[in-house]
Write a protein that binds this ligand. Structure first.
Ligand code: HSE
Length: 426
């Protein structure tokens, strides 16, 4: 039977879940996977926390040097997060000839090429299933399950915190601030929620996933990013009335015009399967040219779901001796040959506050007609005697044309304010 010794760097939520799965299921893995996995040591400053999880005192290492020089450790699991200490420790582990399994999306999105270089030099593995969409096996699906396909698009709800906030705003009419507070109370959102609510977390994940999907290095700088802090409950409610649900989507498309990668709030039709992915759940929808549509759904965070992805990598690393490295030019700046679409196409939801008087609708629609923008739906709500809201949904159009039309609308004296502009996906 193959044997592998594991070290866990960091026993926080995910590290704790990983430790629990590895220790409680040792016999199960021997039987079902033919591998004997032992936790040889952990690196955790909080000794009490380690002991409360059941780690024996002699297995609590006091330095990274102790971990990487331990001959019984074959696989180092990094669940510290961030790019400081985590990068140093992962690099040391690789240089010492240890295979690394990480859940660290920021580290991976920012430093994948140099880490991979180290792994290749030492002929060890570098696994990152848990870096994207927690327990949902999206990386292995892309690497091992869809090789027969050219992947045409990847669209996903890849951040659970923002999905929880948007679900609460839609279902309970909460404001963004109220929903964020509740997400913080439940432990979904951090005290400083910036990484989630401003879309950085989703951007890291999309850069990794779209690189794998399109076989091209997609750097985080290539991803257009907009978070949910500007979203308001009125737009969510109007969208709902018109049959749409608002989600923070990560969208990647490989089109003739080039690659498009973007993270932003997006309205999807209620019958789109992504619309029913609620609360902190995640989902990824893929289109392959041979298989057609595939959708994966599950928990994107949490001790045991993320631990599940990590342990799946550990088992893979223990079972097989050949490792997967990126099959595209994996360098920090991407590949110069990669063409990116500069002006993407989308449908748009636009909400205007206007004067409620004769001729306004025709003036507004005139701006769209002049800008060669085709309207698919219009809704008007009169709020009081002299003010109304007009909601316009366009057909597919270029973002640059929409921007021009919005500038023009702002110059009309009957248009008081552009209240909301939200992209839409079918
Ligand atoms: N903070 C992330 C989320 C979980 O809310 O989805 C880990 O990536």
């Amino acid at each position: 039977m193959k044997k592998a010794g594991v070290a866990i760097l960091g026993l926080g939520v995910v590290g704790g879940g990983t430790y629990q799965i590895l220790t409680e299921k040792r016999e199960y893995f021997k039987k079902t996977q033919g591998v004997d996995l032992t936790v040889e040591c952990v690196l955790e400053k909080n000794v009490e926390r380690a002991i409360s999880l059941g780690v024996e005192k002699e297995k609590i290492a006091t330095s990274i040097e102790e971990v990487v020089s331990n001959p019984n450790v074959d696989i180092v699991v990094e669940v510290i997060g961030g790019t400081g200490v985590a990068k140093t420790f992962v690099t040391m582990a690789l240089k010492s000839g240890k295979t690394v399994v990480t859940s660290n999306k920021e580290l991976f999105a920012k430093h994948w090429p140099e880490l991979e270089e180290e792994a290749k030099k030492m002929n060890v593995g570098l696994f990152f299933e848990a870096s994207c969409v927690g327990g949902v096996p999206i990386i292995r699906t892309l690497q091992e399950g869809m090789q027969a396909n050219k992947i045409l698009s990847i669209k996903g709800i890849i951040n659970g915190t923002t999905n929880y906030i948007l679900t609460k705003m839609a279902n309970e009419g909460s404001s963004y601030e109220e929903a964020l507070k509740e997400a913080q109370r439940l432990g979904y959102a951090e005290f400083n929620p910036t990484a989630d609510v401003e879309g950085f977390d989703a951007t890291y994940k999309l850069s990794i996933l779209s690189s794998l999907a399109f076989n091209k290095k997609i750097c985080i700088e290539n991803v257009y990013r907009e978070g949910i802090t500007g979203v308001n409950k009125e737009d969510i409610a109007y969208g709902k009335e018109m049959g749409y649900t608002l989600k923070l989507l990560g969208i990647g498309k490989d089109t003739e015009k080039g690659v498009e990668v973007r993270v932003h709030p997006t309205f999807v039709k209620n019958d789109n399967p992504l619309a029913s992915v609620n609360d902190s759940f995640n989902a990824v929808h893929l289109v392959g040219d041979s298989v057609g549509e595939i959708m994966l759904y599950g928990r994107g965070a949490g001790a045991l779901p993320t631990g599940s992805a990590i342990v799946s990598d550990v088992i893979f690393a223990a079972k097989y001796d050949e490792y997967f490295y990126a099959c595209f030019e994996n360098n920090e700046k991407g590949n110069k040959e990669t063409k990116f679409a500069s002006d993407f196409t989308s449908k748009y939801y636009i909400r205007l506050s206007v004067a409620d008087k004769a001729g306004v609708l025709s003036k507004v629609s005139g701006v769209f007609a002049k800008g060669s923008l085709s309207i698919s739906e219009v809704k008007q709500v009169s709020l009081d005697e002299d003010k109304a809201q007009i909601i316009i949904i366009t057909h597919l159009c270029n973002e640059s044309l929409i921007k021009k039309a919005l500038e023009k609308l702002k110059t009309l004296e009957e248009v008081y304010e552009v209240k909301g502009v939200i992209r839409m996906e079918d």
